[in-house]
Write a protein of this length. Structure first.
Length: 210
């Protein structure tokens, strides 16, 4: 692995897991020393992170971790609703019985986490559920865009917005509805509409969380 990619992967993982919080300054000299590199590979890594909208450069400050505000959060969910609806519908014809059974297993695990109030694992499983569907989508560019948006929202878990537990049981029920549509080879329109509404319901829950 070259030094630029190593620096990029390390910085990115720290931003996404909350080690570096929104607004925190990333000091070039300090990080270059940590990874045993010159400034050039680290600058290249930071440019990639800026393109990913994970950091921004501020005058007289330098590189800082980009924060996500409520407006951006809502807009991201709206965009995901459209993309995920299409991705789910596109995946359907490529899924087999064993793939659908895997979705049932994941959703059952989510229900167990709900009973234990383990919402961090619940959230991880929720992502696993959806990407178990998207892994069958032939449009790789579409899935790449969805992955980037999910990763952007992953920073939320440790920053501005917390998971809203009241949404969890409804999410499980909606997953069952999606599973049934996949199992019975429902129309593309029904699948896309249901998957899109599933994400919009998350947006609605966020807006009414207080």
């Amino acid at each position: 692995m070259n030094k630029s990619k190593y620096a990029y992967d390390l910085l990115r993982s720290r931003i996404l897991d909350g080690t570096y919080s929104p607004g925190q300054r990333i000091i070039l000299d300090q990080f270059a020393k940590e990874v045993g590199s010159s400034h050039i590979p680290v600058r290249e890594a930071m440019r990639r992170l800026e393109s990913d909208q994970l950091i921004e450069y501020k005058s007289n400050v330098g590189a800082v971790v980009l924060s996500i505000d409520e407006k951006v959060y809502k807009e991201t969910l709206q965009l995901l609703a459209v993309l995920e609806g299409y991705a789910t519908a596109s995946s359907a014809s490529h899924m087999k019985e064993k793939d659908i059974h895997k979705l049932i297993e994941i959703n059952d695990e989510m229900n167990e986490c709900l009973l234990k109030y383990d919402f961090n694992t619940f959230s991880d499983l929720n992502k696993k559920f959806h990407f178990a569907i998207y892994s069958h989508c032939p449009n790789t560019l579409l899935i790449s865009n969805i992955e980037q948006l999910w990763e952007r929202l992953d920073t939320v878990r440790n920053t501005n917005f917390s998971f809203f537990p009241m949404r969890a049981p409804h999410s499980i029920k909606e997953h069952i509805e999606i599973i049934e549509l996949l199992k019975h080879q429902a129309s593309i329109i029904d699948l896309e509409t249901t998957a899109r509404q599933h994400k919009l319901n998350t947006l609605s829950a966020f807006e009414n969380r207080n």
